[in-house]
Design a binder for this molecule. Structure first.
Ligand SMILES: [Zn+2]
Length: 190
């Protein structure tokens, strides 16, 4: 994405969590950091108007709009192959961490580790005693978020393939989302 462009991510069926990362196009090793994002926003959730910052505290993407006014998760790690083994899967299971690295390899780049993801549409409540509770997404079919790039960057998205817990809906069935990159944010979406 070029700075100023907007990614509109539509939850076609309402149930789908989308793990998201950004990498600075012009700075090797600069990536979206949930640690720094929570510190910058003074919030453990990610909501409309907040900004994702990099490990160098530079603004990367802003949540320009959110049709369902959700509290997106910043706390849980992206799923990986080992998680599915621990959940009892035999053989390889698709996972967000592998999706991240596969997507980067398609751009002839990579990172030597998997940063924490911004978990769009992921519905995790944080209780006063500090415990977390995973819920099905609160979004409905057609709900969307609009993310504005604040620098030239590579945006990586993974429709989470989790089909064992309810994080992608009570029927535990991951489904497609739609992504559009636009130059101007349509007034119709505001
Ligand atoms: Zn996942």
């Amino acid at each position: 994405m070029q700075a100023g462009q907007i990614a509109i991510i539509t939850n076609l069926h309402g149930n789908q969590v989308v793990d998201a990362w950004a990498l600075a196009a012009d700075e090797a090793g600069e990536y979206s950091s949930m640690d720094h994002t929570r510190s910058m926003n003074s919030s453990i959730y990610f909501e409309k108007g907040m900004v994702v910052v990099s490990n160098r505290r530079r603004a990367m993407v802003t949540l320009l709009d959110d049709s369902a006014a959700l509290r997106h998760d910043t706390l849980l790690c992206p799923c990986n192959a080992e998680l599915y083994q621990q959940l009892g899967c035999n053989g390889h299971h698709r996972n967000c961490s592998d999706n991240f690295h596969e997507a980067l390899s398609a751009k002839a780049t990579d990172l030597p580790f998997t940063p924490a993801s911004l978990n769009l549409f992921m519905n995790v409540s944080v209780h006063s005693d500090g415990t977390l509770e995973r819920h099905a997404p609160a979004s409905k079919a057609g709900d969307f978020v609009a993310l504005r790039a604040e620098m030239n960057l590579v945006l990586v998205l993974s429709a989470c393939p989790q089909d064992i817990t309810v994080i992608n809906g009570d029927d535990r069935t991951p489904r497609d989302v739609a992504i559009r990159i636009v130059a101007d944010y349509p007034e119709a979406f505001s």
